[in-house]
Write a protein that binds this ligand. Structure first.
Ligand SMILES: Nc1ncnc2c1ncn2[C@@H]1O[C@H](COP(=O)(O)OP(=O)(O)O)[C@@H](O)[C@H]1O
Ligand SMILES: [Mg+2]
Length: 363
């Protein structure tokens, strides 16, 4: 049995059964818990009272069916002649069901009711086990996802720093060196081929710089979300020729938890990339706001839109972009909504609370 499963009878379920059996048989029916306390009864005043015979049987630890005789009826207060059947679940007695009347005629009904309760308990337990297993899987999945995202960010940060600090420095030295060489060139031809090489090095430097920013903008770590977003939009407009308006509300250059800044930045990056790749948009409006203890990001494009729920990519593979945005948002207890219909543009709304319920490690 999975940990933490209840072995207790549900009183409401027990009472429903009692009502059905009692109505059918016109007999008194009681169900007790594992201590012999009545939890469901045809005589409602008996509920919470101890069923002396059942309690006695449970105390002895010898769990078996037993009759209540006329003599018992006289000896024990409140008990009625009839038949008692223990309810077993996973080798434990979880209660006793008693049906009043002639023991011979009551016994089969009491047995049937007991088996019925046992079957219901088993079905419930199985269901609980499945739910528990599913929840454990979900938790595992999101913790793995968290680790993947963290590792990816860490790696990107490392490569970006390396490109920025080492590769860019080396290229800059090459550019300067080529310029010096060109200045001292012996002939026109030599000078122009040195300058050509220098131009190539300049282009490479720009490409390396662009790559470093795409991987992980140093601005995001050094100056925070807003600065990094502004810089990204600037580059994006130049690259794609799409008009982007950024509306900032109640937010200045303050710093937020690193995982929150990274998440918003990555989602914006993916949303803008999608708009450029799929939307044929001319105009994009971005809102970045701090409101009611949340960071809100809205990205609205005026492009071709797409049918709701279509989250697979063009080649039929499962698209990771929207999935990734959802995962990142969920890890910070946020919500993500995409409103899109063909011809009507796409709007993405992300809300992430500034304070989180559970703490995940830093991204
Ligand atoms: N802004 C958008 N405008 C139009 N279609 C979009 C937009 N964003 C996403 N889509 C559609 O949703 C699909 C899934 O997007 P995504 O999960 O990012 O995967 P990918 O970009 O790799 O295709 C895209 O292939 C595209 O068809
Ligand atoms: Mg995408």
């Amino acid at each position: 049995m999975a940990k933490g499963l209840k072995r207790q009878l549900d009183a409401r379920f027990a009472q429903t059964l009692v009502d059905i059996v009692a109505a059918e048989l016109n007999k008194n029916v009681n169900i007790t818990d594992e201590h012999g306390v009545i939890i469901a009864s045809f005589s409602t005043e008996r509920i919470t009272q101890v069923h002396e015979i059942a309690a006695n049987m449970l105390q002895t630890g010898v769990i078996r069916e037993c009759a209540v005789s006329e003599e018992d009826e006289r000896q024990w207060k409140g008990v009625r002649k009839g038949w008692n059947v223990p309810i077993l679940f996973e080798n434990h007695c979880v209660g006793v069901i008693g049906v009043s009347g002639e023991p011979d005629t009551s016994a089969p009904y009491a047995r049937l009711a007991a088996r019925f309760v046992e079957a219901a308990l088993q079905a419930n337990a199985r269901q609980e086990e499945l739910v528990q297993a599913l929840n454990e899987k979900k938790e595992l999945q999101s913790s793995l996802m968290n680790r993947i995202i963290q590792a990816q960010e860490e790696e990107r940060r490392r490569i970006s720093r390396e490109l920025h600090d080492e590769t860019s420095q080396a290229l800059t030295s090459i550019i300067v060196g080529l310029r010096v060489l060109a200045a001292g060139a012996k002939g026109q031809e030599e000078e122009s081929s040195l300058l050509q090489m220098r131009d190539l090095a300049v282009q490479t430097l720009e490409a390396v710089h662009h790559l470093a920013v795409e991987l992980r903008p140093i601005l995001l770590d050094d100056l925070g979300l807003l600065a990094a977003v502004q810089k990204y939009i600037e580059g994006y407009m130049k690259q794609y020729g799409i008009q982007v308006q950024l509306h900032v509300s109640n937010m200045h250059r303050e710093r937020f938890p690193s995982e929150l800044e990274t998440t918003i930045y990555r989602i914006l990056q993916e949303a803008l990339t999608n708009a450029a790749r799929h939307a044929q948009a001319e105009q994009i409006d971005i809102t970045l706001a701090k409101q009611r203890g949340k960071i809100i990001l809205v990205v609205a494009d005026n492009g071709i839109g797409f049918a709701d729920g279509r989250y697979t990519g063009h080649q039929g593979y499962t698209a990771l972009g929207i999935y990734g945005m959802r995962e990142r948002t969920a890890l910070l207890d946020g919500t993500l909504e995409i409103k899109s219909s063909p011809g009507d543009g796409t709007t993405l709304i992300v809300e992430i609370p500034l304070r989180r319920r559970k703490k995940t490690e830093e991204i």
